[in-house]
Design a protein. Structure first.
Lengths: 426, 481
């Protein structure tokens, strides 16, 4: 609220998390960091200045000169800075009577700004970079990029021979891609007609999907940066850095490598699994050397489709124990892969244990030979014609296997069924 | 029962039963009623403390424990937040602002059963050194009502000097505690930067200012410091007071101590009576066994320019929040776009604040910063290096608090540059973060003269010892009001 007499209180946890981010982005971290005031009047800033970091008086920002590999590109990180988030403006009313509401709840919460070099050639590369960055931040456990507004981006766009244009107010990565594409076309069209591209800030109009020029006043702002005296310089001790290095979660690429090398999980599956913290955590908690591949398969082929949103994840009672039990049961042939799919659906929905689901839904694997033989005999009796055909046409046997599966609701052991049928045919 | 007693005498009186808290508070309120329409030390008087006074008396009678201050009446400069009380900074822009919280110093004093008799007048947002820039009218000097009481904590100093309370809290950005203390004949203290929490003090130039006590005696200052100093999680710039007892060993004296006389602060423009008072103070200290030598702080001649550049820059930023959107005064927003609303709302600032806002927009702006703001920071750094060097050799530095005598109300108000120069002897302590104290030492033409002592960072305790030694060599007449 920027009350008279109130002072900022530095959040030590935020400093540590920002340090972690800077480290993960391969940045140089200074021995001491400083905070500055960025002075300008805006209704979302309760103090009419923002506490932030910059590098104009020496490298005092939490991270400088890092990089991140995104696809086949190395994206250079200019700077990682810790600052306070302003409030949020909400526009209401119509064009004749516009009301601006300010929500100050977010004001003063820690925000990390990551600035890159102009290393992108198109919107697609930006999107790939942002996806990788988002996965990296989630994996570091420093942010929840899935939360609305937790990760935002401004883009600077320019074409050869033109000035830089900053686009602000972009709501999602999807819109960011669109905004950059729009801006590139706009600038190229101006350029082709020899109209100069002015350096300016443009706002993304979410409804019309175009960029519009912000009032030129913003360009003339002088932020009168100076040291924030209320927060003394902070030493980033070597011990802190060492501890954070030790505590740093395994990187996505290292996870992927481990999954491929240790468990022979296919590279594509390992890629999907390692880049999502939620699923890789599930994997880590449930797997052992025997069932690792099975679990990776269950997660990537079935589970991801069942709990694909944040909301579903939060609602689901599914745990790593469920996953372990399911994989072990498949491997010990207690349940078929087919039935496992149904069981998984039930587990996610209800949180019930596998044994309960098997008995309730009669999903147990029919691998008892005498029991299965009875069913096979029934099928042969009912499908006499097909049975006779199968003696000359081996393709028909699949039809019979299918019938057995139908009768057992998919619970018959497929290999045993085939063996029994083959015996009868001969 | 006398009202012109020290804090320690008051506490002793309450303890031995010779003073009833209710009686003392009732008389204090009466005194305020009698004299404050002349002095105008208060912006707001808290008459309901009489009930609290009764409660403290009851507790004492019942043998219950009461806080160390035992109902002692204190005034608070109106730029320090006292919960549920108007805190205006003597500005129209905060005309309706009621503080929703207590400053850390207030919480600490409340714990010791202090009674807050009222909010004291000041120059608007503590910018000034005469209290003439209060939006609610100037305070007067109790020694002569035609004269300024100094500033910006003029109301605080005048209230202590005229027995409207026993002690006060002011704030000192460039001399704002020491200057009015000197003009009103009381003790004013600016501690080491970070010794007292600023949480709840409305910022003017946050990197150099401190809250400081204004009292009748040096011992009272030490007593107050014991209560209000210390590290505070709500103020990241605070340092630990190491649980020091500032009052213990206060009689240690100055024998064998080396004192540097700051040449630049007794030079051109100094009033002859101030100069002779300073010389007298030096010989008194020598008489107590101190060794006094003249020293030079070369950077002092640039200090006022640096001070105004830095304070204007910080003030420009610190006062930016007064856009009247979240608190302030009655002024509806309908029909305004936010920029025009803020611009209109901020016309409530008075002339001195406006002057410094304009300066604060200019000196740190890109294109000018190198010429003004960054240069000012360099002077601050050089001055600090210089004074640190001196403190390797000297225990204390001495100079008059203000080089001239109090002047008449209105005499200098239209001459801001000559007013700025009144700060020459006080800003050094702020720019370097050192502790400094003003001790009432002499009278000239019926007006008091204060002597200033400075010490090195965190040498607050020895500084109080020297100040106490000097204080015990003088006895000033009683204030004539």
């Amino acid at each position: 609220m920027g009350l008279p007499g109130s002072l900022p209180r530095l959040n030590q946890k935020a400093v540590e998390k920002a340090t972690l981010i800077a480290m993960a982005l391969n940045c140089e971290i200074p021995e001491k960091i400083a905070f500055f005031r960025k002075n300008y009047f805006y209704p979302d800033l309760p103090k009419n200045f923002q506490i932030t970091q910059l590098n104009i008086y020496g490298k005092t920002s939490i991270g400088s000169l890092g990089y991140i590999v995104a696809g086949d590109k190395k994206i250079q990180i200019t700077r990682v800075q810790l600052e306070e988030d302003p409030g949020r403006l909400i526009y209401e009313g119509n064009s004749k009577n516009q009301i601006t509401l300010v929500d100050y709840n977010r004001a003063g919460t820690p925000l990390v700004e990551i600035v890159t070099e102009p290393d992108f050639e198109n919107a697609k590369q930006v999107r790939i970079f942002l996806n990788i960055l988002s996965d990296l931040l989630e994996n570091l456990d420093v942010s929840e990029p899935g939360l609305e507004g937790a990760m935002r981006a401004d883009a600077n766009v320019s074409i050869e021979g033109g000035n830089k244009v900053e686009i602000k107010n972009i709501g999602s990565f999807h819109d960011l891609e669109k905004a950059i594409d729009f801006e590139l076309i706009r600038q190229e069209s101006l350029h082709s007609r020899d109209i100069p591209i002015v350096q300016e800030t443009r706002h993304w109009d979410d409804k019309r999907k175009i960029t519009i020029s912000a009032r030129s006043k913003e360009e003339e702002l002088d932020y009168r940066y100076f040291l924030e005296g209320d927060i003394p310089w902070i030493k980033i001790e070597k011990e802190t850095k060492d501890r954070l290095t030790k505590e740093m979660p395994e990187s996505i690429s290292s996870k992927k490598e481990r999954y491929v090398n240790k468990y022979s999980i296919p590279a594509q599956v390992a890629d999907v699994l390692s880049s999502d913290k939620f699923y890789s955590d599930l994997f880590e908690q449930s797997h052992d050397s025997r069932n690792a591949k099975e679990i990776a398969n269950i997660i990537t082929t079935d589970l991801m489709g069942l709990i694909d949103t944040r909301e579903k994840r939060e609602k689901s009672k599914f745990t790593s124990d469920h996953l372990k039990e399911l994989a072990d049961s498949i491997q010990s042939k207690k349940i078929t892969r087919n039935a496992a799919k149904n069981a998984l659906y039930e587990m996610v929905k209800t949180g019930k244990a596998l044994s309960e689901i098997i008995s309730e839904q009669n999903l147990g694997n029919i691998s008892d030979e005498t029991e299965l033989e009875k069913i096979v005999n029934d099928v042969i009796l009912q499908e006499r014609q097909a049975f006779e055909q199968s003696k000359t046409n081996p393709q028909t046997i699949n039809y019979l296997v299918g019938k057995v599966m139908q009768k057992t609701k998919g619970n018959a052991d497929p290999k045993l069924t085939l063996d029994l049928l083959n015996k009868k045919i001969k | 029962m006398k009202l012109n007693i020290s804090a320690l005498e008051y506490i002793q009186g309450v303890q031995n039963g010779s003073i009833s808290v209710e009686d003392f508070i009732a008389r204090t309120l009466e005194r305020i009623k009698d004299v404050d329409d002349k002095i105008h030390a208060f912006l707001h008087v808290n008459t309901n403390i009489l009930g609290e006074a009764k409660n403290i008396d009851k507790k004492i009678k019942a043998g219950e424990k009461v806080g160390a201050c035992a109902g002692m009446p204190i005034s608070i400069k109106d730029n320090i937040c006292l919960k549920d009380t108007k805190t205006t900074c003597a500005s129209k822009i905060l005309h309706d602002f009621v503080a929703p919280y207590d400053a850390t110093v207030i919480s600490k004093l409340k714990k010791e059963d202090v009674l807050f008799v009222g909010k004291a007048n000041l120059d608007e947002f503590a910018m000034g050194l005469t209290t003439e820039f209060s939006a609610y009218g100037p305070s007067k000097n109790p020694w002569n009502l035609e004269y300024v009481p100094g500033g910006s904590s003029g109301g605080s100093a005048a209230s202590v000097s005229s027995f409207e309370c026993i002690a006060s809290l002011g704030s000192d950005t460039g001399g704002s505690v020491r200057n009015p203390a000197s003009f009103c004949g009381v003790v004013g203290y600016k501690p080491t930067y970070g010794l007292i929490s600023r949480f709840g003090l409305i910022s003017y130039a946050n990197s150099i200012e401190q809250i400081g006590p204004i009292t009748r005696t040096v011992k009272d200052t030490a007593f107050m410091l014991n209560i209000i100093s210390g590290q505070d999680p709500n103020d990241n710039t605070t340092v630990t007071n190491s649980e020091q007892d500032f009052l213990a060993e206060i009689d240690a004296g100055v024998e064998g101590k080396k004192i540097g006389i700051i040449k630049e602060m007794i030079g051109e423009g100094i009033d002859s009576s101030v100069l002779s008072a300073t010389k007298d103070a030096i010989s008194k200290l020598e008489g107590l066994g101190a060794i006094c030598e003249e020293i030079s702080l070369d950077m002092v001649k640039y200090s006022v320019a640096a001070y105004y550049t830095i304070t204007a820059t910080e003030a420009g930023s610190n006062l930016a929040r007064y856009d009247n959107l979240r608190y302030g005064y009655e002024f509806p927003v309908e029909g305004y776009e936010f920029n025009s609303y803020i611009a209109k709302a901020r016309t409530k600032f008075g002339p001195e604040v406006t002057r410094r806002m304009i300066l604060g927009g200019f000196v740190p702006a890109s294109g000018h910063a190198g010429k003004y703001f960054l240069k000012a920071l360099k002077i601050k750094q050089k001055l600090t290096e210089e004074i640190n060097q001196k403190f390797k050799e000297y225990d204390y530095l001495i100079a008059p608090t203000v080089p001239i005598l109090p002047f008449k109300i209105g005499e200098k108000i239209d001459d801001p540059v000559s007013l700025f120069l009144v700060d020459i002897n006080t800003v050094t302590a702020n720019l370097t973060g050192k502790p400094a104290i003003s001790i009432p030492f002499a009278m000239s033409k019926g007006l008091p003269i204060g002597i200033q002592l400075l010490a090195d960072t965190m040498q607050d305790k020895p500084l109080l010892q020297a100040a106490h030694a000097l204080e015990s060599t003088v006895r000033l007449p009683e204030v004539p009001i």
